[in-house]
Design a protein around this ligand. Sequence first.
Ligand SMILES: *[C@@H]1O[C@H](CO)[C@@H](O)[C@H](O)[C@H]1NC(C)=O
Ligand SMILES: *[C@@H]1O[C@H](CO)[C@@H](O)[C@H](O)[C@H]1NC(C)=O
Ligand SMILES: *[C@@H]1O[C@H](CO)[C@@H](O)[C@H](O)[C@H]1NC(C)=O
Ligand SMILES: *[C@@H]1O[C@H](CO)[C@@H](O)[C@H](O)[C@H]1NC(C)=O
Ligand SMILES: *[C@@H]1O[C@H](CO)[C@@H](O)[C@H](O)[C@H]1NC(C)=O
Length: 352
Amino acid sequence: MYYKMLQFILLATAVAAAAISGPSANSISSRQIPSLPDTFEWSSSGVLVSAKDDGRNISGIKDPSIIYHNAAYHVFASTAQASGYSLVYFTFTDFAHANNATFHYLDQSAIGTGYRAAPQIFFFEPHNLWYLIYQNGNAAYSTNTDISDPSAWTAPTDFYTGTPAIVTANIGDGYWVDMWVICDAAACHLFSSDDNGHLYRSQTRLSAFPANMSEPVIALADTNKYALFEASNVYSYGPEQYLLLVEAIGSDGNRYFRSWNASAIEGPWTGLADSEADPFARSSDVVFDGAGGAWTRSISHGEVVRTDVDQRLGISPCGLRYLYQGLNPNATGDYNSLPWMLGLLTQTNSAC
Ligand SMILES: *[C@@H]1O[C@H](CO)[C@@H](O)[C@H](O)[C@H]1NC(C)=O
Ligand SMILES: *[C@@H]1O[C@H](CO)[C@@H](O)[C@H](O)[C@H]1NC(C)=O
Ligand SMILES: *[C@@H]1O[C@H](CO)[C@@H](O)[C@H](O)[C@H]1NC(C)=O
Ligand SMILES: *[C@@H]1O[C@H](CO)[C@@H](O)[C@H](O)[C@H]1NC(C)=O
Ligand SMILES: *[C@@H]1O[C@H](CO)[C@@H](O)[C@H](O)[C@H]1NC(C)=O
């Protein structure tokens, strides 16, 4: 209720300000809220975080979700090893010391052991709670009042009663993965992928979240499954604009990201930098200036570094930073045992 009133007051204030100041307010706001470019250039760090030799026998640290809150970065990531996937949390104040951060394995909390992967963290203002979204065969969430207390996460609750019929009908020999939640003023939306060329979206009223997720619809599809594979991110920027990133597998077999934008979370999504030649982030538009040079050719599953931590997932279109997973191209072995590590992209062609 309080939240709704606040929304109304903010909206009313904005409308009143626009009415009083007239057209000049528009030019000021368009100067202050620049749009995204349609070509991206990045520099990359060297390896920032890798699996630790701590008796856990983890092979890879993957799928990071990151926010900056209370003067510290908070990262939730998947741990991968031959026996399967779980989740880890760590926090640090400076990327230069990220690899020194203690790993808190979330199987020690009520999240428990078993298949949990691809976390997403955000603060849901209406409940005053942190939500961790992840895959566990279904799409699941846990909550916590204190992001820095890894022991306090609640047990998983599934969003769906089972695999939605539309996913079963379209998944082919893919996997249902990479759940992602973003809310606007009216609704919360849950995205997921099937490694088979489909991006799905469900929704529920903001006031009903996390209950009552609808049957998904196909938000975006590609006949080439590798071009629309997995690991979607959806963010808001500026006034009612949305950025969609989806990971693809390129013609060279390496991972990269394509991007689209829209004026509503429901779409329609318009290509922004959405090709292998003009990608959002691919080894071809990244300069590796960190120690170790071009330590990866895959720019894979990760997240824009968010400083706005709430459910709207607001980002600034200026000076983007993206925490990603990369891999020594010489690494071999079964997929779950590969030594994925984390690196940071910093946008170098920001117009603002
Ligand atoms: C890690 O691997 C070693 C050697 O194979 C084994 O003895 C140990 O039990 C493993 N630890 C865990 C936590 O699985
Ligand atoms: C990590 O911590 C150790 C021990 O405190 C310290 O010697 C080292 O310089 C730290 N490394 C980084 C990269 O922060
Ligand atoms: C979910 O939907 C059911 C059936 O329409 C309804 O009874 C229930 O109140 C809804 N829950 C929430 C939290 O809105
Ligand atoms: C997408 O971004 C481009 C480039 O900033 C902009 O011109 C366009 O209006 C945006 N489209 C939507 C639907 O937000
Ligand atoms: C991969 O192996 C080649 C040949 O041994 C070597 O030159 C190259 O540096 C290796 N790449 C990385 C990123 O380690």
